[in-house]
Write a new protein. Structure first.
Length: 197
């Protein structure tokens, strides 16, 4: 076999049918569309239409919904981080955030944040700042001597504190389990709220 004799397997490439190019092709004149009618003409778009009968996509039950507030997170596995470190694209000694991962080509874009997943192994300690991480990923990084800061936890705590502050301003005292802080702060806060009421 020579380089100039290499061919694709039989049937690997099939030529497309060119319609409307004469009677010899078998698809000339009406080009396989039949004669007259809406479907023979351009501009028709009736996908899913079943002649007035309830179409299949409406007969089937609905399932789930699209959450407009759902966060779109860029997911990263441990093996991707290790590959980038081995290739010299990531500095394991510095604090790694979303921008550093984008610059290293580990992820394409940060989106609403980075979610760390636990597939793969780490050979050295890493200090990561991500939106969220799985328990397996956190264990693996801490076992290697690194740390993970989850921005989600801080954001949720801040939001909860904001809601609690607003409720206290209105004179609403939240149940003990829902309150933030240690017991002394909670009791003092509860007393102040009760005194105002």
């Amino acid at each position: 076999m020579k380089l100039n004799e290499i061919r694709d397997n039989e049937g690997a490439h099939k030529k497309r049918m060119r319609v409307g190019r004469g009677p010899g092709s078998g698809k000339g004149k009406t080009a396989g569309r039949g004669v007259k009618g809406q479907k023979s003409r351009s501009g028709v778009a009736i996908g899913g239409f079943e002649g007035g009968q309830m179409p299949l996509y409406m007969r089937m039950p609905k399932r789930g919904f699209n959450n407009a507030n759902a966060l779109k997170l860029a997911e990263v596995n441990l093996w991707r981080l290790q590959d980038a470190i081995d290739a010299g694209k990531l500095d394991a000694k510095s604090e790694l955030k979303g921008d550093a991962l984008v610059a290293a080509g580990v992820i394409r874009r940060v989106k609403d944040g980075v979610r760390l997943l636990g597939t793969g192994e780490l050979k050295q300690a890493l200090n990561l700042v991500v939106w969220s991480a799985t328990s397996g990923a956190i264990k693996a990084i801490e076992a290697a001597g690194g740390s993970v800061v989850q921005e989600r936890i801080a954001a949720e705590a801040k939001a909860a504190a904001r809601v609690e502050k607003r409720n206290l301003a209105k004179g609403k005292v939240p149940p003990a389990k829902a309150r933030l802080g240690d017991e002394n702060k909670i009791s003092a806060r509860t007393k102040r709220a009760a005194a105002k009421a």
